[in-house]
Design a protein around this ligand. Structure first.
Ligand code: SF4
Length: 490
């Protein structure tokens, strides 16, 4: 009997075997071409969410909004759309499908008319007490229009007894728990907030007289803006005509930035938390080679995310690096029909082995992570069919053994290969001659630390260790309660 596949399995059997960052945000204040620059910024952040995008602008009197399913280039390249987003302030958001489903009402930024004026909010992350807060807010009379945890924040801001919008947001911040980097826009301000642990990234930039708050530095580069600094964990940044003002309303716990941003989520040309993502990935590859050497003729990255680590592995081991798998960049998400006859062709739509290079060689495949193991299995088989005499798999992260609840789309734990099997069984499952992962201490060493501080880990690494730094309030019996509309009975 074949396993039933979800719609997402059918639509995209390759990307589905990766963890997915759920969102990218881009806010700009004080530029006559704010919406056009926001569209470019979102384009640079497309890797953080491809299923929907939205931009809200403000022209000094009114808000304007355009949201659509699909990629930024498909929806924000027309002059007509950009011209309709008038004003010198704009806020944009890229979204990956989450629980709650990808429907237009769940596309951000979300907007509300509050007592103290309009407010648009775009959010990257996940509140771990959203369902609990949602239930309480509904009991108190709030009416929800979406299943986004971001809407919970809007209701908390609306219900605050404070008068100034910044104080209302700080009030809301005192009630929410989770990982969040959010940017909000009023008629007169752009406001950035990062959770006290600083799990998700948020940076501040400047272009001429305009300020920018966005997820990654690559979104600053595309518009020629200067990077000023990271927004600090627990910081509230307020940008208005007086410039940039910063608030630290609460005592912060030690920072726990998501280590997976360095391994996979962030773009390699971004500088994250003061480190070049590309350099970190190469260092991880070097450490992986030190920890897990194997005699072979050729190192091949699983494109594209495995490439920097494969270069690092090659540098350390002295084994030549080459492009043995070629990626087709033009595969659409809905290209594959849901029929058994052609589903097995799936992997070749996106990847093909460079047979002339591989034939007769002992090959080391380097990838950034293994999630379900389905893609690894197909890649190993493809490389063998191309004539490799040995196939060794090396992974630039420790085994992904636990789900993420901090804004990353992860399969449930029982679908994670490393949660189901030990190393030997995983190797057998993917059909490789050998399989090894970088150790957790090795990963920290590659990050420039002296190993992992077990008493006070320097990063969030919960998907490898199961040590969740932020309380999972909405969890019951190991499962996360989801936000729903029309189905709850109180
Ligand atoms: Fe990042 Fe993993 Fe922590 Fe999620 S659990 S925030 S993916 S390190």
């Amino acid at each position: 009997m074949t396993n039933p596949l979800s719609t997402r399995d059918i639509c995209n059997p390759f990307d589905d075997d990766k963890l997915h960052e759920e969102c990218g945000v881009f806010g700009i204040y004080g530029h006559p071409e704010a919406a056009a620059l926001a569209a470019l910024g979102l384009h640079a952040l497309q890797h953080r969410g491809q299923e929907a995008a939205g931009i809200v602008s403000h022209d000094g009197r009114h808000f304007h909004s355009h949201k659509a399913m699909g990629k930024v280039g498909d929806n924000f390249s027309s002059e007509e759309v950009i011209k309709s987003l008038k004003g010198e302030a704009a806020l944009g958001h890229n979204r990956y499908a989450t629980t709650g489903g990808t429907v237009l009402r769940n596309v951000q930024p979300i907007f509300a008319d509050l007592a103290n004026g309009g407010l648009a909010v775009a959010h990257n992350g996940n509140l771990t007490n959203a369902a609990t807060l949602h239930r309480r807010l509904v009991q108190e009379g709030s009416i929800f229009q979406s299943t986004m945890d971001t809407e919970v924040i809007i209701h908390l801001v609306a219900n605050s007894k404070k008068t100034r919008i910044v104080d209302c947001m700080i009030d809301a911040m005192s009630k929410i728990v989770g990982a969040y980097s959010l940017v909000a826009m009023t008629g007169k301000k752009l406001i950035g907030m990062r959770d006290p642990f600083g799990v998700r990234p948020l940076v501040l930039g400047k272009l001429e007289n305009a300020y920018i708050l966005t997820s990654e530095t690559c979104a600053l580069d595309i518009i020629g803006a200067d990077f000023i600094r990271d927004v600090e964990p627990g910081e509230v940044v307020v940008i208005d005509d007086s410039g940039v003002n910063s608030h630290f309303p609460y005592n912060n716990p030690p920072r726990r930035f998501c280590i997976f941003e360095h391994i996979y989520f962030s773009r390699p040309d971004s500088v994250v938390e003061g480190r070049s993502v590309y350099d970190v990935r190469k260092a991880i590859g070097r450490q992986l080679a030190l920890e897990n050497p194997v005699d072979a003729d050729l190192i091949i990255p699983v494109p594209d995310s495995g490439t920097p680590a494969a270069i690092g592995y090659s540098t350390e081991s002295g084994i030549p690096f080459d492009l043995g798998i070629i990626r087709n960049h033009y595969v659409g998400r809905t290209f594959i029909e849901p029929t058994d006859q052609i589903r097995h062709l799936g992997v070749k739509l996106k990847h093909n082995a460079n047979r002339a290079l591989i034939n007769g060689k002992r090959v080391i495949l380097v990838d950034d992570s293994i999630v379900r193991g389905t893609t690894s299995t197909k890649i190993v088989q493809m490389v063998r069919e191309a004539g490799a005499t040995e196939v060794h798999m090396r992974i630039a992260s420790p085994p992904t053994t636990y789900s993420c609840f901090y804004g990353v789309d992860t399969p449930s734990r029982n679908k994670l290969l490393a949660a189901r099997f030990d190393l030997k069984e995983m190797c057998k499952f993917i059909g490789a001659d050998s399989l090894n992962f970088i150790s957790i201490d090795g990963l920290y060493t590659a990050m420039g630390e002296e190993g992992r501080n077990a008493a006070q880990p320097q990063y969030c690494d919960a998907c490898f260790t199961g040590e969740y730094p932020i309380e999972l309030t909405d969890h019951e019996n190991g499962a996360e309660k989801e936000l729903t509309l029309l189905t709850e009975c109180y």
